[in-house]
Design a protein around this ligand. Sequence first.
Ligand SMILES: *[C@@H]1O[C@H](CO)[C@@H](O)[C@H](O)[C@H]1NC(C)=O
Ligand SMILES: *[C@@H]1O[C@H](CO)[C@@H](O)[C@H](O)[C@H]1NC(C)=O
Ligand SMILES: *[C@@H]1O[C@H](CO)[C@@H](O)[C@H](O)[C@H]1NC(C)=O
Ligand SMILES: *[C@@H]1O[C@H](CO)[C@@H](O)[C@H](O)[C@H]1NC(C)=O
Length: 259
Amino acid sequence: MRSLLYFLLIIIAAASAAIVQSPSDKDIVPHGEELLDVDTIFRAMGVPFCMRKCIDGFINSTTTLWTMRNVVGQARNVCTSHAKAISCLKHDQFCDMNKIFKVASSSVEYMCTKKYVLFERMEKCLTPVVDKIMEECDNTCYSRSNLTAFSNNSNIQFAATVGGNVFIVTDHLGDLCGSLQCTLPCVTQKLNQACALSGWLALDMLMQPFDAATVMIEQLAPPLRDLVIKKVDKRCRFAINASQLNRIRNGDFTAFNSL
Ligand SMILES: *[C@@H]1O[C@H](CO)[C@@H](O)[C@H](O)[C@H]1NC(C)=O
Ligand SMILES: *[C@@H]1O[C@H](CO)[C@@H](O)[C@H](O)[C@H]1NC(C)=O
Ligand SMILES: *[C@@H]1O[C@H](CO)[C@@H](O)[C@H](O)[C@H]1NC(C)=O
Ligand SMILES: *[C@@H]1O[C@H](CO)[C@@H](O)[C@H](O)[C@H]1NC(C)=O
């Protein structure tokens, strides 16, 4: 069941990163309140401390990247903190999460080496428009309020106090995935309108964690894999289906619900 746990971790990291800060807030760093959300969620999932202490910095920077503020600067942080997380896990011989995290985040490495230059080129165009776009998409897709509702859900908080329960968490992922299904096309289309091709670049990047999750799920024994797919909310299934992910990445947003 470990793999299910990490699949959820990735979904949550992506979803929690969709938090959009209030327009008056010029901080790049998320607020304590938002960090508390992520903390509650991770505790609800029972992510072990040896993992948390190594990946928290990385999750932090991924979150700020999703706010799309100071994108290029934050991307730099993501790359640095990812390398740190990998090396931290490697040095903790009693934490067996090393390989899982490496696979799950392999796409980050790809982004750091291949896509970074593209973002640098778009920085001038993106910087003045990104905040407004994220705010508009949050107004239509409710990603922030869905995440707040999720982490404030009494079942989720119960799971957090008992040291984590993956099944409770899975049962409540649906709304977050629904919100993500709205947020991804919204951000892609608006970014493309503002800065040519930047939406596709953002979409490609934001989808990477799902590719990794899909690979991890495909590697499970078939009975377990089927159980995972069955257990995951319908609205989340696109995130673990390679053919749907490909279609979405190519701009076919009808693929979210094509099962
Ligand atoms: C995450 O960001 C917050 C806010 O800047 C900071 O207080 C916290 O120490 C960071 N956590 C890690 C592990 O870097
Ligand atoms: C969280 O839940 C409690 C009760 O379950 C409610 O009173 C409170 O308003 C909620 N807070 C948010 C931010 O939704
Ligand atoms: C969650 O998002 C959906 C749209 O994807 C919206 O209809 C719903 O009201 C949101 N729920 C909350 C609690 O914000
Ligand atoms: C992925 O989705 C397609 C339909 O879009 C379906 O035919 C296929 O069986 C799914 N693959 C897996 C592994 O669930």
